[in-house]
Design a protein around this ligand. Structure first.
Ligand code: HXC
Length: 261
C-alpha cells in the first residue's frame, strides 16, 4: 500500500511507524490520521508484530500538532467536533492496541503530537524533545485527548498549568513529571527504542496484552473493580501455552520461546 504521510517498516517481531511530513514538522492532517488507521490495521492483521515504535521524521519534531492550515478551514463547530472524535478514536485504538506501543520523541511533540505521544505505552524522549499543549495560543483547546490523558497522568493542577499557559515542557522536566520514561542523547533515541522493541517482541504477547488491559481498564475504575479485572485477566492468561512455556523454561533453566498462544 502506498501512503503519502507515513512509513511502516517491518522488522523481526516488531515494526517502526514513522510520521513523515518533515516540511510541516509532521503535522497531522486528516489524510495522515486515515493512514495511521490503516497502518494499525496492518499491524493487527500481521500477527507477527509484537511491538510497535512510533516516531517522527526529520531532526526537529516528533509531531507539531494537528495541521493548523487544515484546522483554519474547518467551517463549523459540528465539523470540529467530528474531527476531535476522529482523532480521539484513533488514539484510543492505539492505547488499546494488543501490542505495546513505544513512542520515540526527538523534538517538538505539541498539541495533537503530545496527545499522540500520551496514547502510547512507553514514551522515550531525546534531550531535544519538547512537549506541550499550545492550542490555547490558537484560541482553541486540545481535542485529541490532551485535557484528559495529561490530567490523569500528572494531576489536574499541573495539566491546567500547561494547557492554560501553552508552555513547553523540556524532556528532563517531562521525565520528572512521569510523562516520559527515559531521556537519552538525541542520537541514541532510535537505537534505544529499537532495542526496547526487540526486548518486548520476545515477551509473551498475550500476557503483554492483558497487562495493558489491566492497567488501562483499572486506571478508569475503583480499586475493588480493578482488582476483580486483574484476577479475571490473570485467569485468562493461564489458558495460554505461553504460560506453560514460561514456567517450564524457568524450571529447566533455559530462555523461554513465546509463541503468542
Ligand atoms: C501546520 C505546521 C505546524 C502545524 C509547524 N508547521 N507546525 N504546519 N500545522 N501544527 C509548519 C510551519 O508553518 C512551517 O512551515 C514549518 O512547519 C516549520 O515550522 P516553523 O514554525 O518555521 O519552525 P520553528 O520556528 O522551529 O518553530 C517550531 C514550532 C512552531 C515551535 C513547533 O512550528 C509551532 O509553534 N508550531 C505549531 C504548534 C502548535 O500550535 N500545535 C498545536 C496545533 S493545534 P513553512 O511553510 O513556514 O516552512 C492541535 C489540536 C489537536 O494540535 C486537536 C485537533 C482536534
Amino acid at each position: 500500500m502506498e501512503w503519502n504521510n507515513i512509513r511502516l517498516e517491518g522488522h523481526e517481531g516488531w515494526a517502526l511507524l514513522t510520521i513523515d511530513r518533515p516540511k510541516v514538522l509532521n503535522a497531522l492532517n486528516r489524510e495522515t490520521l486515515d493512514e495511521l488507521e490503516q497502518a494499525l490495521d496492518r499491524v493487527e492483521e500481521s500477527g507477527d508484530i509484537r511491538a510497535l515504535i512510533i516516531t517522527g521524521s526529520g531532526e526537529k519534531a516528533f509531531v507539531a500538532g494537528a495541521d493548523i492550515k487544515e484546522l483554519r478551514e474547518i467551517p463549523s463547530a459540528h465539523e470540529a467536533e467530528r474531527l476531535a472524535e476522529k482523532g480521539q478514536a484513533l488514539f484510543s485504538r492505539l492505547e488499546e492496541l494488543p501490542v505495546p506501543v513505544i513512542m520515540a520523541a526527538g523534538g517538538f511533540a505539541l498539541g495533537g503530537g503530545f496527545e499522540l505521544a500520551l496514547s502510547g505505552d512507553i514514551l522515550l524522549a531525546s534531550e531535544k524533545a519538547r512537549f506541550g499543549l499550545p492550542e490555547v495560543n490558537l484560541g482553541i483547546l486540545p481535542g485529541y485527548g490532551g485535557t484528559q490523558r495529561l490530567a490523569r497522568l500528572v494531576g489536574k493542577s499541573t495539566a491546567k498549568y500547561y494547557a492554560l499557559t501553552g508552555e513547553m515542557i523540556p524532556a528532563e522536566e517531562a521525565y520528572r513529571l512521569g510523562i516520559v520514561q527515559k531521556v537519552v542523547p538525541h542520537e541514541q533515541l532510535l537505537p534505544e527504542a529499537k532495542s526496547l522493541a526487540r526486548t518486548l517482541s520476545k515477551q509473551a504477547p498475550v500476557a503483554m496484552n492483558f497487562i495493558k488491559k489491566s492497567i488501562n481498564q483499572g486506571a478508569e475504575t475503583d480499586l475493588k473493580t480493578g482488582l476483580r479485572l486483574e484476577a479475571s485477566h490473570f485467569g485468562t492468561v493461564f489458558n495460554t501455552e505461553d504460560r506453560m512455556e514460561g514456567m517450564d523454561a524457568f524450571l529447566e533453566k533455559r530462555k523461554a520461546s513465546f509463541r503468542g498462544k
